[in-house]
Design a protein around this ligand. Structure first.
Ligand code: ADP
Ligand code: 5GP
Length: 192
C-alpha cells in the first residue's frame, strides 16, 4: 500500500507553492493531476497542472463512476480526482500528493485513514490571504470575492487535519512542510 500526502487550504494560502516544493524535494512523490472545468491560466500546462475538460466530459466521468471524489468547488466549476490517476501512480509504486479542496481532502482521508497525511495550510490572516490572491493576478473581482467567502468556511475545518501549517514566512513554511512529510514517509505504518 502506498502513502498519500494531502495538501489543502483556502485558495491563495499557498498550497500550490508548498506542493511544488515538496515535489522537488521528494523524488518518490507524484502529483495527482485533477480534472477541472475551469479555464486554464496562462502559466498552467494541460496534463501537468490539470486535465482541463468540458462540463459535458466531466458529467460523463461522473456518470461512469470514474472519480475517486469530485466537488463543485465554485458555482459551475467542477474539480475531481480520477481513479485512473491514482492507479497510474500506485502501479509505478510511488506515493501520491494531492492539492485539493477541504471537502475533497476529508473524503480522501476518510478512504485511507491510516496511509494518508492530511495537511491544512493556513494563511496568517484574512488580510494576507486577500493580498496574496490579489497579487497572483489570476482572479476577477467576482472570483476573488467567491474565493474569500469560501475561505472563511474552509478555515472552520482546519482542526480535522493531521497537521496545520501556518504559511507566514515562506522559507519557514517550506522547511516545516518538508519535516512533516519526511517524518511521514519514513514511518513504517502511519498512525494518526
Ligand atoms: P493556492 O495554491 O493555495 O491557491 P498559491 O501557492 O498559488 O496558493 O499562492 C498564492 C500566491 O501567494 C502566489 O502568488 C504565491 O507566490 C504567493 N505566496 C505563497 N506563499 C507565500 C508566502 N509565504 N509569502 C508570500 N507570498 C506567498
Ligand atoms: P484552483 O482553481 O485555484 O486551481 O483550485 C481551486 C480549488 O480546487 C483549490 O482548493 C484546489 O485545491 C481544489 N481542487 C483541485 N483539484 C481538486 C480535486 O480533484 N478535487 C477537489 N475536491 N478539489 C480540487
Amino acid at each position: 500500500m502506498s502513502k498519500l500526502v494531502i495538501v489543502t487550504a483556502p485558495s491563495g494560502a499557498g498550497k500550490t507553492t508548498i506542493v511544488r516544493h515538496l515535489l522537488s524535494t521528494f523524488d518518490q512523490l507524484v502529483f495527482s493531476v485533477s480534472a477541472t472545468t475551469r479555464s486554464k491560466r496562462d502559466y498552467e500546462v494541460e496534463g501537468k497542472d490539470y486535465y482541463f475538460i468540458s462540463q459535458e466530459a466531466f458529467r460523463q466521468h461522473i456518470a461512469q463512476g470514474d472519480f475517486l471524489e469530485w466537488e463543485e468547488v465554485y458555482d459551475n466549476q467542477f474539480y475531481g480526482t480520477l481513479k485512473s490517476e491514482v492507479a497510474r501512480i500506485w502501479n509505478a509504486h510511488l506515493q501520491i500528493i494531492f492539492d485539493i479542496d477541504v471537502k475533497g481532502a476529508l473524503n480522501i482521508k476518510k478512504s485511507y485513514p491510516h496511509d494518508s497525511l492530511a495537511i491544512f495550510v493556513k494563511p496568517p490572516s484574512a488580510e494576507v490571504l486577500y493580498q496574496r490572491l490579489k497579487g497572483r493576478q489570476t482572479e476577477t473581482p467576482e472570483s476573488l470575492q467567491k474565493r474569500l467567502a469560501r475561505a472563511e468556511e474552509e478555515l472552520g475545518y482546519k482542526d480535522k487535519f493531521d497537521h496545520v501549517l501556518v504559511n507566514d514566512t515562506l522559507e519557514h513554511a517550506l522547511e516545516e512542510s518538508e519535516r512533516v512529510v519526511r517524518d511521514f514517509l519514513n514511518e513504517k505504518l502511519w498512525r494518526p
